[in-house]
Design a protein around this ligand. Sequence first.
Ligand code: PGA
Length: 252
Amino acid sequence: MAKKEIRIKIYPDSKIASKIFAESLVDEINEILNKKKYCLISLPTGNTPIDLFNEIIELYKKKKITFKNIYFFNLDEFYPISKDDAQSYNYYLYEKLFSHIDMPKKNISMLNGTLKEKDITSHCLSFENKIEKLGGLDIQVLGIGQNGHIGFNEPGSLRDSITRKVKISDNSLSIISSEFKDNVKVPREALTMGVKTILSCDKIFLLAWGKNKSTIIEKTIKSKITKNIPATYLKTHNDVTFILDKHSSLKI
Ligand code: PGA
């Protein structure tokens, strides 16, 4: 696997980083929409993109962007989980982003945590096929887990993995458990876009804030490409930018 350079941008704090990144993301999307009919994007969930979503909503309100020709593919979802469960990424994305912008519902492709086991493989394949049919992902924004996961591609995930059901690692489970409300059972599995799917995207951005992410950012940047740190696969892509704050970049 050929190693490429990851671009790194460091900002004083996550609020400033999110604001500047939101503006450049909107510019990038508009540029793409000047050249072709649709733009395909994928955004992460979790704590990292909250300010980004708020900034995107502000830019939408200021008419800097319309989402009418944007297709959205979600990165991951717990399995099993109901779409209305407040812990689901489906619920999260509608609450924090989709209900505030003009993206048509038909443009939104979510991994479905409510399916029966037997229907998962075909669901994941049709998710992949839809991306391909629409011409491929243009922009992928990622967060990173403290164990180096991207989406729910946990340590051990292969470079060639596609969208599939996976086991959530103990490390991720313990972090997620602390975010689930008391007595709510944390799903042990998830559906995730694959590493190959992520790497098929034209441009990739990885956002990381806070001291808790400084060790994994250091490892990702300094380590060789390894399945033990799935984020290191990003070094095989030729257009990856890490957007960091001063805390997450402390050790690089
Ligand atoms: P976080 O999660 O944004 O809540 O830190 C990131 C991730 O696990 O990918």
